[in-house]
Write a protein that binds this ligand. Sequence first.
Ligand SMILES: Cc1cc2nc3c(=O)[nH]c(=O)nc-3n(C[C@H](O)[C@H](O)[C@H](O)COP(=O)(O)O)c2cc1C
Length: 387
Amino acid sequence: MPVITSIDDLKRIYARRVPRMFYDYAESGSWSEQTFRENTTDFDRIYLRQRVAIDMTGRNMGSKMIGQDVAMPVGLAPVGLTGMQHADGEIKAARAAEKFGVPFTLSTMSICSIEDVAEHTTKPFWMQVYTLKDDDFMQRLFDRARDAGCSAAMITVDLQMLGQRHKDLKNGLSAPPKLTPASVANMMTKVHWGLGMLGTKRRFFGNIVGHAKGVTDPSSLSAWTAEAFDQALDWDRIRQFRKMWEGPLIIKGIMDPRDAREALNVGADAIIVSNHGGRQLDGAISAIRALPEIMDAVGDRIEVHLDSGIRSGQDVLKALAMGAKGTYIGRAFVYGLGAMGEAGVTKTLELIYKELDTSMGLCGRRDVRDLDRDILMIPRGFSGDWE
Ligand SMILES: Cc1cc2nc3c(=O)[nH]c(=O)nc-3n(C[C@H](O)[C@H](O)[C@H](O)COP(=O)(O)O)c2cc1C
C-alpha cells in the first residue's frame, strides 16, 4: 500500500478500485461541469495570510454544529448510493465518523437503510430528507429517523428536478448495476469491490424499496423517483415538513440571500450554502463565492454551514474564516471509502484534521471557533459585484 498523504492519493486508489459507473456518478457535475470545477478552483483563489512569532501551542479544533459537539466542524454530507462505492458503505462511513467524532448524514437515497445504520452504530447520526410529494412517505421517513435516534434532519431543497449528468445517462447508472457487456467487463477488473458486493445483501435503495407505495421491487424504482420528487415545492410545504419533525432542522442547498431569509423564517436551526457539489444548476457560482453575501444577510441570526468543493483542511479553514460554523465533505470521503472502506474514511478525516490544524496555526490562530476574515486575502470582486 502506498504512503497516503493527501486526499488526491485516496482519489487515485478509488479510481482504480471502483467500477467506472460509480466513479463517474461521484466524479461529475451537471452539463458543462463549470460549477463543479469552480467549486474547487475558487477555493484556490483565496489566500491565507501567514503570521509568525505568535504562540501556536494549545490549539483547539473541537466545536459545535447545531449545538452538538464535534471533534472538528466537518461533517459527512449525504451521498446517495454510498453503498455502491463500497459494500455496506453507509455503515462503514458512519462508523468512521462516529469514532472520529464528526456528524454522519444518511441520504434518503442510501443503500443501507436508516434502521440498518442505527443498528450498526452507537451514536446518533443525521438524516437527509428529499422533498417528495407523498405525505405518508415523508411522515414515515421522519418517524423512522426519530425512532432510529437521529439527532437532526437535513432537508435538501435544491432537487425539485434532477440536473443532468451526461455520464450517468451514458452509463445507464443503476443500483444494483445493470449487467451489460461493458459494465461486466469493467466490474471484473474490480476484484476488491466485487468480493465485497458478493458478501453483502445490501444492494438496493434501503430506505425506499418496501417503504414507498408501489415500490416493492427495485425495478419499479426509477419510475417512482421520476414521479416522486415535488416540483411544486414551496416554503409553505417546507413549513409542513418542519411540523413533521420536532428535532433540530438543517436546510441544505441555499445559494441566495433571499432563500436564506426564507429558511430562517421556517424555523431552521442551520442552513447549508451548497450547490449540491455542482450536480444541480450548472452555471451557478461556487458555494464559497456565495457564502459572503449569505453571511451578511443572515449570519448573525442562523448558523450557516457550507459544502461543495472542499478537498482539504485548508478549504475548511477558508470557509470557517469566512464565517461558516460548519462544513461538509461529499466526494472527499467517497474517495476514501472507495479506496479503503472504513479505514479510508478515517484517513480522509485525519488528513483534513491535520491540514486544518497546521494551516490554522501557521496563520497565527489557535481555535477553530475563533476565526475571521483577517486570516484571508480575498481577491477584490470575489463575492461579486453583479449587474
Ligand atoms: C455521488 C454523490 C451523491 C450525492 N447524493 C446526495 C443525496 O442523496 N442527497 C443530498 O442532499 N445531497 C447529495 N449529494 C450532494 C452532497 O451532499 C454535497 O452537497 C456535495 O457532495 C458537496 O460537494 P463535494 O462533493 O464537492 O464535497 C451527493 C453528492 C455526490 C457527489
